[in-house]
Write a protein that binds this ligand. Structure first.
Ligand code: FE2
Length: 199
């Protein structure tokens, strides 16, 4: 099926001041839209135009880098918009998540430190993740458009650390952006939804 650009699940100014309308307009309308448009063209050229985005990601990984980059970034951004909400973030996790974070990630404070370190430590463009692998939560980081799906894991939370995600609002201060993401933007209900689906 052809990739489609989803609407943002909130108004462009809903995440301000932590993520501005200007950032979301460029990030969603220009960057994500380009992944969809280019991804559709490359998927059709590769005879994968009828496959789901997850199938395209797995089939193109390692053998069609341009298609992989665009398909994976489409998948990553579909979820990234839903991993944020107005008045989100903070350490009040829904019960099932709180216990999994405690047992697998050492609790919220250690998650915050390790997830931030993964995002800061990703050299250049990429993503930091919490993913389910072999039934347990793990913090991961990946370059460019790569994601946990191609490492035998299922992402339940991810943060975009490409400069297009934070440069307008934070300039080069990636740690400040990650702090705001964790403290003020994460939609824990959607993280829980992906966790339940991944188990
Ligand atoms: Fe992005």
């Amino acid at each position: 099926m052809a990739f489609e650009l989803p609407d943002l699940p909130y108004a462009y100014d809903a995440l301000a001041p932590y993520m501005s309308a200007e950032t979301l307009e460029f990030h969603h309308d220009k960057h994500h839209n380009a992944y969809v448009t280019t991804g559709n063209k490359l998927a059709a050229d590769a005879g994968m135009g009828d496959l789901s985005v997850e199938e395209v990601i797995k089939k193109s990984y390692g053998n069609n880098q341009p298609l992989f980059n665009n398909a994976a970034q489409h998948y990553n951004h579909i979820h990234f918009w839903k991993w944020m909400k107005k008045d989100g973030g903070g350490n009040k996790l829904p019960g099932a998540l709180e216990s999994a974070f405690a047992s697998d990630l050492g609790g919220f404070d250690k998650f915050k430190a390790d997830f931030t370190a993964a995002g800061v430590g990703q050299f250049g463009s990429g993503w930091a993740w919490v993913a389910v692998k072999d039934g347990k939560l793990e913090i991961m980081k990946t370059p460019n458009g790569e994601n946990p799906l191609v490492h035998g894991a299922k992402p339940i939370l991810g943060v975009d650390v490409w400069e297009h995600s934070y440069y307008i609002d934070y300039r080069n201060a990636r740690p400040k952006y990650l702090e705001a993401f964790i403290d003020n933007m994460i939609n824990w209900d959607y993280v829980l939804e992906m966790y339940e689906a991944a188990k």
